[in-house]
Design a protein. Structure first.
Length: 181
């Protein structure tokens, strides 16, 4: 499955992406707000094993984010913890290539995958959390149409301290009319 816009192409991930993921995993600035699995060192082969099984579960869809102009893999995003019964899931994103930070790509990718979640997967609710000290992510999600629901107090641990996470979501009936640009 490929999703495309004039700036990014979202494609499936495979083992050949291991080198890029390994490079990102070594940069603490890139992984600072990411999943806790990046907190522990991983070998290229461990990352390759993870990538070979990444979409084997019906509870997760993951896409590689590629820059259309360069064709370069710059990150990945998707929806995890998909519940068919509750028709909901949790959005995630990592822009690993810092050259593409601050260019609005996170908002664009968030819109593309949210639209996919509602229109292709039939979800009703997509939620996410963002560290409260990561205002760029929170702004990207707001621009993509996500609403604040509250704060999960001291829900994450980074750099020796517990940090709050902002809980956000969007519902399918709120999504109609949300333009992807």
């Amino acid at each position: 499955m490929i999703l495309e816009s004039p700036l990014v192409k979202l494609r499936s991930l495979d083992v050949e992406d291991s080198d890029q993921f390994y490079q990102w995993s070594q940069d603490r600035e890139v992984t600072k707000f990411s999943l806790s699995s990046y907190a522990y060192p991983q070998s290229k082969s461990e990352i390759g094993n993870w990538l070979s099984n990444i979409n084997s579960s019906s509870k997760t869809v993951s896409f590689g984010i590629c820059c259309v102009e360069s064709g370069k893999l710059i990150g990945y995003a998707g929806i995890a913890s998909i519940s068919c019964l509750n028709r909901c899931g949790e959005y995630f994103i990592l822009i690993g290539n810092k050259d593409y930070w601050g260019k609005g790509l996170a908002t664009l990718v968030t819109k593309l995958i949210t639209d996919y979640g509602f229109n292709a997967l039939g979800l009703h609710r997509i939620e996410l959390t963002a560290f409260s000290i990561n205002p760029a992510a929170i702004r990207a999600y707001e621009k993509a149409g996500y609403a604040h629901e509250g704060v999960k107090r001291e829900a994450g641990y980074r750099n020796g301290q517990f940090l709050d996470k902002v809980q956000m979501s969007v519902l399918s009936h709120e999504w109609s009319g949300n333009c992807i640009k």
